[in-house]
Ligand binder design. Structure first.
Ligand code: IPM
Ligand code: MG
Length: 346
């Protein structure tokens, strides 16, 4: 099995190194091939997603991705910015289904921004659509009739795109607690009204899953009021981006949430939901657990090694239960020390 290792920018290389070490410990047969991506690739090769990197991603059985984002690239035209690398991979590889699980680890209730008894109840999965929405619509700058500058980004979903991600959501809910919450803004957006109509139609094929609809503003409020009510949340690209960062702080730290981005055949890119965190890059302070948990998702969803995935998740839980804390969790462990703790607990 070939794993494309794309460490990227900022803390990406630090955290993916730990995830790789854990993968090598539980699945010794994996072959890793590394390539540059994001700002690192721009500086080395003049493009955030060089053809050799895209080719490796296509050839690989799965992709382990770190993070992209580099303040030194902020002034570049949009097509050369680091973020275009991850957007390009998602689009080129057809990675439309983004799974972002969030659950509170025992002993970490106090790290949450919420009261411990509220945080302790969190065990949810955000299913975020990743190939459409305002992210990939026509965008640009233009002049208004009276010569002022105007920016625009077109939001759209067609019915097939909605039905496809709705099925991912229903199927995930069927394997969990059987409850799906679809999040939209149908009271204002036509895109969202179509979303709601199509999700409701698809529900007919999943009679054992209970479907509810929430407007995104209400969903954001419910996520901090009573997050334990959610099982699976299915939503569009933009709302999913926002709600998943919010869910991470409900759990305790953005350094804890992994993700899988899957195509229709189950091939996937696995990345922590956090970004490149340039403020702490290179200091050995980053929490590697989101990357390590992403590696576990890779074993489960793309490599058919669920037992190994369980081992990693159990080792992470045991490490946290033993009191291991990086700076984001109020502790002083380094990235390497946290990684070593998980290796020892395997
Ligand atoms: C994420 C990130 C990306 C997104 C950025 C880096 C383009 O925030 O994966 O959540 O907006 O999707
Ligand atoms: Mg995000």
């Amino acid at each position: 099995m070939l794993i494309a290792l794309l460490p990227g920018d900022g803390i990406g290389p630090e955290v993916t190194a730990q995830a790789r070490a854990v993968l090598e410990a539980v699945a010794p047969g994996l072959v890793f091939e590394e390539a540059a991506v994001g700002g690192a690739a721009y500086h080395a090769e003049g493009h955030p997603l060089p053809p050799t990197t895209l080719d490796l991603a296509r050839r690989a059985d799965a992709i382990l991705f770190g993070a992209v984002g580099d303040p030194s690239c902020d002034g570049l035209e949009r097509r050369l910015r680091p973020e275009q690398a991850i957007l390009g991979l998602r689009r080129e590889l057809g990675l439309f289904a983004n799974l972002r699980p969030a659950r509170t680890f025992a002993g970490l209730e106090d790290a949450s921004a919420l009261r411990p008894e509220v945080a302790g109840a969190i065990d949810l999965l955000i299913v975020r659509e990743l190939n459409g929405d305002v992210y990939f619509g026509e965008k640009g700058r233009r002049a208004t009739a009276d010569g002022r500058r105007e920016g625009y980004d077109i939001m759209s979903y067609d019915e097939d795109e909605v039905a496809r991600i709705a099925r991912t959501g229903f199927e995930a809910a069927a394997k969990r607690r059987g409850r799906l919450c679809s999040v939209d803004k149908a009271n204002v957006l036509e895109t969202s009204q179509l979303w709601r109509d199509v999700v409701t139609e698809v529900a007919a094929d999943y009679p054992h899953v209970t479907l509810e609809h929430l407007y995104v503003d209400n969903a954001a409020m419910q996520l901090v009021r009573a997050p334990g009510q959610f099982d699976v949340i299915v939503t569009g690209n933009l709302f999913g981006d926002i709600l998943s960062d919010q869910a991470s702080m409900c759990v305790g730290s953005i350094g804890l949430l992994p993700s899988a981005s899957l195509d229709s055949a189950g091939k996937g890119l696995y990345e922590p939901i956090h970004g490149s965190a340039p403020d702490i890059a290179g200091q050995g302070k980053a929490n590697p657990l989101a990357a390590i948990l992403s590696a576990a998702m890779m074993l489960r969803h793309s490599l058919a090694m669920p037992a190994e995935a369980d081992r990693i998740e159990a080792a992470v839980a045991a490490t946290l239960a033993g009191g291991a804390r990086t700076a984001d969790l109020g502790g002083a462990l380094s990235t390497d020390e946290m990684g070593a703790g998980v290796l020892a607990a395997l």
